[in-house]
Design a protein around this ligand. Structure first.
Ligand code: AMP
Length: 309
C-alpha cells in the first residue's frame, strides 16, 4: 500500500447513546475518528489512531480490516470505552449532551506505529488540541493537515488550540464555533479572522445550510444537499471532514489547489448527507461508490444556475 495516498485519522472512538424525538438507541459505534475513518475510506486507505476499552466489540476491528482501515494504531486497554450520550430536539439540529464518560480516553496518549509516520494526509478529528499537536509531533512531514475542533476546546483549552492552528492547513469548524472563536457575528469576517490565526484554509459548516470555504484570496459557498430523511445527525461533521480528507488524498498531487478543495468539500457534504439517513454508522456501512457518484452528480445539477454558455 502506498502511504502517499493514505489518510491518517486520529480522534475519539466511542460507544454512543442517541435519542431523537422519535427513537433512542444505546451502545452504538460512534466517535469522531470512527465516522471520519469510514468516510475517508471510500476514497483512500486509512491509518486509524485511537483507544478503546475491553468492552469494545472485536467485530469492529474485523469491519475496519474489510474496509482498508488499518487499526494497528488503535490501542485496546483495560477499562471502558469512551461513552457519549446526546439528545436531539425536533429540528434535528439542536443537540444537548446528556452525559460524557471519558473512561479510557482520559489517559489516552496517541502512539503511532512506525508505518504511519510518513502518511502525507493527516486528519486530526475532534479530540483535545494537545493530543492533536502530539500526533503532529510524531509525524515525519505531512503534506496536508486538516483539523476539526469543537466548542469545548475553544472554551477550555484555547491556548492549546492557538498553538495547533499555525500547523494546520485546513481548519474545519461549525458556524457557532467560528463565532465563538472570533466574537464576530458575520461568518465571512469570522472565516477571514480564523485564517489569520494560522490555517491556510478554513471551512465553516452551516449544518443543513452547507459550508463556506476560505483561502487567502478565494471564497466558496457550498450549498447543502436537501435531505428528506434525517434519522440521526450525529457524526455528520466528522463524516464531512473524513470525506474531504479522503478525496484530497486520492486526488491531490503536489500542492492542494482551491479547485480541488471545492470538490473535496462537496464530496464531504455528500458523505455527510448519507450519514444522517440512519443511526450511528449504519448508512455508511452499506454505502457504495456508485451511490456516492450519483449523489455528487445530482448535487452538481442542483447547484448549477447558468446554462447560457
Ligand atoms: P458530531 O456530531 O460531528 O459533533 O460528532 C459526534 C461524535 O463526537 C459522537 O459520536 C461522540 O462520541 C463524539 N464526541 C462527543 N464529545 C466528544 C469529545 N469531547 N471529544 C471527542 N469526541 C467527542
Amino acid at each position: 500500500m502506498s502511504e502517499a495516498k493514505s489518510v491518517l485519522v486520529v480522534g475519539s472512538i466511542a460507544l454512543d447513546t442517541v435519542k431523537t424525538p422519535v427513537e433512542e438507541h444505546a451502545d452504538l459505534l460512534g466517535g469522531s475518528a470512527s465516522y471520519a475513518a469510514l468516510s475517508a475510506s471510500f476514497f483512500a486507505p486509512v491509518n486509524l489512531v485511537g483507544v478503546v476499552g475491553d468492552d469494545f466489540p472485536d467485530s469492529e476491528f474485523d469491519f475496519w480490516r474489510s474496509r482498508n482501515i488499518d487499526a494497528r494504531g488503535v490501542q485496546r486497554v483495560n477499562g471502558k470505552t469512551f461513552r457519549w450520550s446526546g439528545e436531539y430536539m425536533w429540528d434535528m439540529n439542536t443537540r444537548e449532551t446528556r452525559s460524557v464518560a471519558l473512561n479510557v480516553f482520559e489517559h489516552f496518549e496517541p502512539a503511532l506505529p512506525d508505518a504511519y509516520r510518513e502518511t502525507e494526509m493527516v486528519l486530526l478529528a475532534n479530540i483535545a488540541p494537545k493530543l492533536q499537536s502530539h500526533v503532529l509531533d510524531e509525524m515525519k512531514r505531512p503534506r496536508f493537515v486538516i483539523a476539526d475542533t469543537m466548542d469545548l476546546w475553544i472554551e477550555t483549552t484555547r491556548d492549546d488550540l492557538d498553538a495547533l492552528l499555525p500547523r494546520v492547513d485546513l481548519l474545519i469548524l461549525n458556524d457557532s464555533e467560528a463565532r465563538e472563536m472570533t466574537k464576530e457575528t458575520s461568518l465571512v469576517k469570522a472565516g477571514r479572522r480564523i485564517r489569520s490565526y494560522g490555517p491556510k484554509f478554513v471551512a465553516i459548516k452551516k449544518g443543513e445550510h452547507g459550508a463556506l470555504l476560505f483561502s487567502e484570496n478565494e471564497f466558496f459557498s457550498a450549498g447543502a444537499y436537501p435531505l428528506e430523511d434525517i434519522h440521526d445527525p450525529t457524526g455528520a461533521g466528522d463524516t464531512f471532514a473524513g470525506g474531504v480528507a479522503g478525496y484530497l488524498a486520492q486526488h491531490a498531487d503536489g500542492e492542494v489547489a482551491f479547485d480541488q478543495l471545492r470538490r473535496a468539500v462537496i464530496h464531504g457534504s455528500v458523505l455527510a448527507s448519507f450519514c444522517v439517513e440512519a443511526f450511528s454508522l449504519e448508512r455508511l456501512r452499506t454505502l457504495s461508490a456508485a451511490e456516492i457518484g450519483e449523489r455528487y452528480q445530482l448535487f452538481k445539477m442542483m447547484t448549477q444556475f447558468d446554462f447560457s454558455t
